[in-house]
Design a protein around this ligand. Sequence first.
Ligand code: PMV
Length: 353
Amino acid sequence: MRVTASAPSNIALVKYWGKRDAARQWPANDSLSMTLSTARTITTAAPSAADTIIYNGRTLAPEAKDFQKIARHLERLRAATGQTSGLAIETHNTFPSGCGIASSASGFAALTTAACAALIDCADLRALSARGFTAERLADLARQGSGSACRSTMGGYVRWFSGDAPDRQSVATSLAPGHFDLADVIVVLSDEEKAVSSSEAHAFAWSSKLFPPRLAGIPERLKRLERALAAGDFTRLGLEIEAEALEMHAVIMTATPSVHYLTEASVQVCSWLRQQRQRGGIEAYFTIDAGPNIHVLTRPDDAAVLASQIRTAFGAQVKEILMDRTGSGLELSGDNGRERQRERGLSERITVR
Ligand code: PMV
């Protein structure tokens, strides 16, 4: 059956950084993210004689690195579903590709869902779940493609529990979507490919002297953050996520080899944000993944004004600003849902230039 899955991206508030077991994708710590709404990957899958992949409108050659990464994941999914068929995959992102926003989380969540559904002939998530491919199971499979993808299978605020063994990991929505709706103003400062990928840099974490104390402090940080989320306390949440992002980058920079994802412009945007807050401006806080771009969380009503203030303050240093907000999880539909999904994805995208 030909099916289309749509999966959201997510932004980590407590970061997944470092692995206890790389082969089994076992993270060093629990993490917690906010699911996004606008930034999504939309993937169509249909049984086919051989695997073919169209990525953002481009047919990938079987020798290409991206093709092989996707094909390896399809092998896992064939094993999980007990099927042997090839798959024709067509995938695109609703956010501009090459804008520096990682698509691996939404990409592997959408690929996992669409491929499993096509392989076992399920036109919606309910049917997929009835066949044993629950959100939890899909998360488990998506995680094997890219760790953070497991959090993209659910909406709202999602916690990835590392568990006490690699096969006892799980994900859960901490709060219902909509309970605490925030905007994510994504300030794109660079669209260049990272010199060191996050999958490579995870391995360096253990060499930083700051890593053990970081890991020791994560349970308390998660508690504080979950309390702030439950209470709708934006100020506490914001201060916590800024401290968390800086801590992860301190680990990354003090590891061997030392990696610098932050650029001068990244630091300037973070400082500007704090200064304007201290001056009584808009309440907004930053978080930063393994790259130079800044995610600024603010209340939805303040997002547009904040975006234009950032644009005014930083001019050409800012390549693009993407507007996003708290969103819900996976979607899956049979063939005729495809165009609807594509239209939705495009109309939801708002870009401030
Ligand atoms: O899923 P990966 O291997 O790309 O690692 C993601 C790492 C961060 O984005 C920096 C943090 C996170 O939890 O998403």
